[in-house]
Design a protein around this ligand. Structure first.
Ligand SMILES: [Fe+2]
Ligand SMILES: [Fe+2]
Length: 258
């Protein structure tokens, strides 16, 4: 397996020949998918959940599924209007990643006894997250590349990366293992968004103001979805991951001031 450096550390040339490449994608994911059906080592031992813990985990997984479905639908739709062929190739890898994320999350729900995952997701979905998804898909319907990449590959990916990474440190062993595999992909998706928009902002500085407006609009939904996720995982405010810090760091790399 080729070692995947942090996408933020790559030069533009290296970035294009790695993150944009299907060939590289396959080698990168093979390392953490091989021998782990549904993202988990076979015969892993299930934790001894109380009814309350199981129910809270199912709600959390349902909301992760909303985010993954948003990314799956958006990234597949974006292929049609991506500005160049390399971006289309990258998005094809993201579509596969998001489809896999959705599948492993639904499989985890089945392991926890959920029979009809779709119905469960609908009934437990967080309203802010659903609103975020609707807004993202509007950008896709409008074929608005900058807004769609920003909302999906910077904002949504940053939220997912932060929540999944933190949840993996406190979750039961099976959920933690599955989340670590997902986080490796989300890091790649964030890197693409920042690289694409970074170059675009340099070339057309007026897009900065547009994206700042979109950021302000989506901030409320992101913060509300994050607070709800932390409540479900039962993380005290003083032990919560620094979403604001990660988020501000991601947008600061694009040249936004807080
Ligand atoms: Fe994902
Ligand atoms: Fe993603």
């Amino acid at each position: 397996m080729r070692d995947l450096k942090d996408p933020h550390d790559l030069t533009v040339q290296d970035f294009r020949s790695t993150v944009h490449s299907f060939e590289f994608w396959f080698e990168a994911v093979e390392g953490y998918l091989h021998g782990r059906p549904y993202g988990v080592t076979p015969h892993s031992v299930e934790a001894d959940f109380s009814d309350h813990q199981r129910d809270a985990l199912i709600t959390t997984l349902c909301n992760y599924c909303v985010g993954e479905t948003a990314a799956l639908e958006a990234s597949s739709g974006m292929i049609a209007f991506a500005p160049d062929l390399n971006a289309k190739i990258f998005l094809s890898t993201q579509v596969v990643d998001e489809g896999r994320h959705l599948e492993v999350l639904m499989h985890r729900m089945a392991m926890l006894g959920v029979v009809d995952q779709e119905a469960e997701i609908k009934s437990r979905a967080n309203r802010s997250l659903v609103q975020f998804k609707d807004r993202l898909l509007e950008f896709v319907d409008l074929r608005d590349w900058e807004a769609a990449v920003f909302a999906q590959n910077v904002i949504l990916e940053c939220l997912e990366f932060t929540v999944f990474q933190h949840h993996a440190t406190v979750a039961d062993a099976i959920t933690a293992q599955m989340l670590r595999g997902i986080v490796s992909d989300e890091r790649r998706h964030m890197g693409f968004g920042e690289n694409d928009l970074g170059r675009r902002l340099l070339a057309a500085p007026h897009t900065h103001d547009r994206l700042a407006r979109i950021k302000r609009e989506l901030d409320t939904l992101v913060i509300s979805a994050f607070a709800e996720a932390m409540r479900q995982i039962e993380i005290d405010p003083e032990n919560q991951p620094d979403l604001a810090g990660h988020y501000l760091a991601a947008v600061a790399r694009l040249g936004f001031r807080p």
